[in-house]
Design a protein around this ligand. Sequence first.
Ligand SMILES: C[S@@+](CC[C@H](N)C(=O)[O-])C[C@H]1O[C@@H](n2cnc3c(N)ncnc32)[C@H](O)[C@@H]1O
Length: 237
Amino acid sequence: MTKRPATNRVFLREFFRQFHTTGSIVPSSRSLSRSLAKYVINRDEDRPLRILEVGPGTGPVTRQIAEAMRSDDILDLVEINPEFVRVLNERLSSESVFQQIADRTRVLCQPIEDIADSEPYDVIVSGLPFNNFEPGVVESILDRFGHLARPMGRLSFFEYAGIRKLKATVIPGRKTRERMRGVTAVLEKFLTAETSRDTILRNVPPAWVHHVQFPEVAHTESTAENGQPMDSTSTSQ
Ligand SMILES: C[S@@+](CC[C@H](N)C(=O)[O-])C[C@H]1O[C@@H](n2cnc3c(N)ncnc32)[C@H](O)[C@@H]1O
């Protein structure tokens, strides 16, 4: 059985080894993980879900997804870091909550940018550290999500509360400030007034979870500019 302190140690080590892609010093808390898994826990419709989790790391969000998954749901995990893939595979073979979804779960050791279109996903959950990326990368990943989701599909992703603004204004380093302003512009274009946000205080540091619903029309090149989200759901916490 994989023990939490052991997975936390792997996470901390990868933070130092792969800061750019890991983006955080500790895995997400249970509260943050449950908010990210919101549309698996409280599903829109009573039918099997195709779920995509991007950047599962050591699996705290995966665990919440696994607990809520039904016997006919399927889960794809896309993780760039082979060390996290090793931990995920270990958990899938040794921890009971993970074992019960193992036959319906694929672990793909790839960047999300390389994932080809397939049967669309009902729910996409992203743990990617967008604030570490270039604005163009954030834009193309959000666009990729729009292609991978089914019409009216859900996307949940997070960022640490207020950090983007802080980095865009007071952090030394002109390049970082410019990059953060670029990321802000991309997110502001993507996150329209109709999306919703959970504020999670029980996390180090506190976080915002953005919930998005993609449009009803299928994603085509003409609608692909930013995969414009729609619909509103309530804000909690
Ligand atoms: C902030 S950590 C989140 C980990 C975990 N979901 C959690 O909440 O604790 C970001 C994760 O995204 C992964 N990642 C970063 N860039 C990626 C990419 N382009 N494609 C897939 N995974 C990526 C990292 O390796 C890491 O596991």
